[in-house]
Write a protein that binds this ligand. Structure first.
Ligand SMILES: *[C@@H]1O[C@H](CO)[C@@H](O)[C@H](O)[C@H]1NC(C)=O
Ligand SMILES: *[C@@H]1O[C@H](CO)[C@@H](O)[C@H](O)[C@H]1NC(C)=O
Ligand SMILES: *[C@@H]1O[C@H](CO)[C@@H](O)[C@H](O)[C@H]1NC(C)=O
Length: 254
């Protein structure tokens, strides 16, 4: 009987040692340099923004800002979904020259790394990477409740959706609207722009809610994956512990 107790004590020790090692193990470092396009591509619903980033060559600006040691503040990218671009008045992007398109993209990039929590306590106005003859374009950030952050361009307000990436020096958040800056768009543009999505929302009534559901999904999947990995590891540990105690028991019974 005491042999059995001893064997169980040994296997328990094996399990707790290995489990502790697993918990304390550092999470794997991101492989290679940060790649905004890759982060957005994984998000699957940012194809229009990816194309615009590429066409305006802001992608390479972002890459060099992330590479540069001088940019100690990091970056935050507000990535409008494809649905957000679809909600723009038709032809909005095509009517803009390259310079204006590039400013539109830069308006969605903040030269500072904001966590969701730091966003809620930040002081307005918040600088963007865009600027014009009247200086740096800014946005206002407002928060309501602990999980809601809105970003206002001065013409419209977008709501922060899921976090696509957040580890210094880069945060990438989904936004449900393309932020049009007052410097690039007149009030009349937005009035027209606001009517278009309202008219278009009838046939696709389900779209916004399914988008909201999608927004939650990846985070849950990630949790599930992590939990799955833990479970697998625990099972493996239990299996090896069982083997170890079986070996001990057979040695003792010899
Ligand atoms: C980033 O990822 C995209 C898409 O996966 C790829 O085409 C591009 O070459 C990558 N850029 C860098 C600098 O690695
Ligand atoms: C954020 O915007 C949504 C609609 O776009 C609105 O319902 C909500 O009240 C706003 N929240 C805050 C804190 O401004
Ligand atoms: C930000 O808020 C200030 C003060 O309420 C206001 O004057 C300014 O127009 C706002 N700017 C934007 C971009 O919303």
């Amino acid at each position: 009987m005491s042999y059995v107790v001893l064997a169980l004590a040994i296997s328990a020790a094996v399990v707790s040692t290995e489990a502790a090692g697993g918990v304390d193990a550092p999470s794997p470092a991101p492989s290679g340099p940060l790649n905004l396009t890759e982060i957005l591509r994984k998000g699957t619903q940012y194809n229009a923004f990816i194309r615009l980033l590429k066409d305006t060559e802001v992608t390479s600006q972002v890459a060099s800002l992330l590479d540069s040691d001088r940019n100690a503040d990091g970056l935050t990218v507000l990535a409008p979904t494809d649905a957000a671009f679809a909600g723009l008045r038709p032809g909005t992007l095509n009517r803009m020259d390259a310079q204006a398109q590039s400013q539109l993209v830069l308006f969605h990039i903040l030269p500072k790394y904001y966590t969701f929590v730091s966003f809620q306590t930040t002081t307005n106005p918040v600088r963007t990477q865009a600027s014009g003859q009247h200086g740096v374009y800014t946005v206002n950030v407002t928060s309501g409740g602990e999980r809601q952050v809105n970003v206002s361009s001065g013409l419209m307000e977008a709501m922060l959706g899921k976090t696509l990436y957040s580890a210094y020096p880069l945060a990438v958040y989904s936004v449900d609207k393309v932020l049009l800056s007052p410097a690039l768009f007149g009030r009349s543009d937005v009035k027209d722009g606001a009517e278009a999505p309202a008219a278009a929302s009838k046939p696709q009534k389900q779209a916004p809610s399914s988008t909201a559901a999608d927004d939650q999904a990846p985070a849950n999947e990630a949790d599930a994956t992590a939990a799955g990995a833990d479970t697998t590891r625990t099972r493996w540990l239990l299996a090896s512990a069982a083997t170890a105690s079986a070996v001990v028991l057979s040695l003792l019974s010899c």
